[in-house]
Design a protein around this ligand. Structure first.
Ligand SMILES: Nc1ncnc2c1ncn2[C@@H]1O[C@H](COP(=O)(O)OP(=O)(O)OP(=O)(O)O)[C@@H](O)[C@H]1O
Ligand SMILES: [Mg+2]
Length: 286
């Protein structure tokens, strides 16, 4: 893969050498009181790679992602993003990454354009060219015609496209996405997934969590986490071979074989239950 800049839909993404590690963590842990959310996990994401973290509800996926994006401080262990330590060099990490959160993180009262303007101001994108960049971001998200509408009137798919487009606006080198397609209908999911796929050919490294096994199948490498521990790591093909043997099977079979069939709902904390309620359309005070 070539080094240097790549012109992509109005954004320039730096393409790094494939062998380079863009995310690395060693014995990373996070405890919430007595709850061990992440328990000493180690893995790396290489440049240009699409890495998926799979796991049942409450397995520790979001907690892992939040430590990598510097929103949560690890209780133990280390993590680096693009060579910057997530604890000691948090500002440098934040400047270099894009994030799509599990919970919607748009201002519903503002229009799509205003949400992007706010992001451009927060990231101090040069004033010259901002208007053009915002227009391109709206175009990429197929939202040019809805640019002036308040986000509160958007469908789930429109909001997700806007969030993804916003996360890319400042030209991140690594993109973190926490269940980006969750809650979308098959059309919305397909639409968003096509955009995510196009990022790979532009050389962007992505770290994502997902519950959709078909999406994980198309990723370069997959980590399976359960009860805070990384229980399997490899390409989808490697995981199938190692877990199911030569007869093969699907990633879903691998997932169920490794994590069991028991429902995890009972284990959800009050906070997790509240967020799940909100996701299904309920309201709560943030
Ligand atoms: N702020 C918090 N305070 C207390 N416990 C928490 C907090 N955040 C997460 N947890 C707990 O840590 C564990 C891991 O949660 P996490 O949100 O990382 O799981 P997840 O794999 O992202 O699950 P889901 O698929 O439901 O999004 C769960 O037991 C959860 O209830
Ligand atoms: Mg989560």
């Amino acid at each position: 893969m070539p080094q240097g800049a790549w012109w992509f839909g109005g954004w320039i993404i730096n393409v790094q050498a494939e062998s380079e590690t863009v995310v690395g963590c060693t014995a990373l842990s996070c405890h919430f009181g007595k709850v061990v959310a992440v328990d000493g996990i180690s893995f790396e994401v290489r440049a240009g790679e699409r890495f998926a973290l799979l796991g049942p509800n409450g397995a520790g996926k979001s907690t892992t992602l939040q430590m990598l994006i510097t929103m949560l401080r690890p209780t133990a262990g280390q993590a680096q993003v693009l060579g910057f330590d997530v604890t000691r060099e948090a500002a440098a990490v934040r400047a270099a990454i894009g994030v799509v959160f599990q919970e919607p993180a748009l201002d519903d009262r503002l229009s799509a354009r205003e949400n992007l303007e706010m992001h451009a101001a927060l990231y101090r994108l040069p004033r010259r060219g901002r208007k053009m960049q915002i227009a391109e971001a709206l175009e990429w998200a197929s939202l040019s015609d809805a640019a002036k509408r308040p986000v509160s009137t958007f469908s789930g798919g429109m909001k997700r496209r806007l969030e993804l487009s916003r996360a890319l606006m400042h030209g991140p080198k690594v993109l973190f996405m926490d269940e980006p397609t969750q809650g979308l209908d098959p059309q919305g999911r397909q639409h968003l997934w096509e955009r995510i796929e196009s990022l790979k050919s532009a050389g962007l490294s992505t770290f994502m969590t997902t519950h959709y096994l078909q999406e994980a199948e198309t990723c370069d490498r997959v980590g399976i986490i359960d009860h805070g521990k990384m229980i399997a790591l490899g390409t989808p093909e490697e995981l199938k071979r190692e877990t199911l043997g030569d007869s093969g099977g699907t990633l879903e079979e691998v997932f169920l074989k490794l994590t069991g069939r028991a429902l995890r709902d009972e284990e959800a904390t009050p906070r997790a239950r509240m967020l799940s309620f909100a996701r299904k359309g309920g309201e709560h005070t943030r």
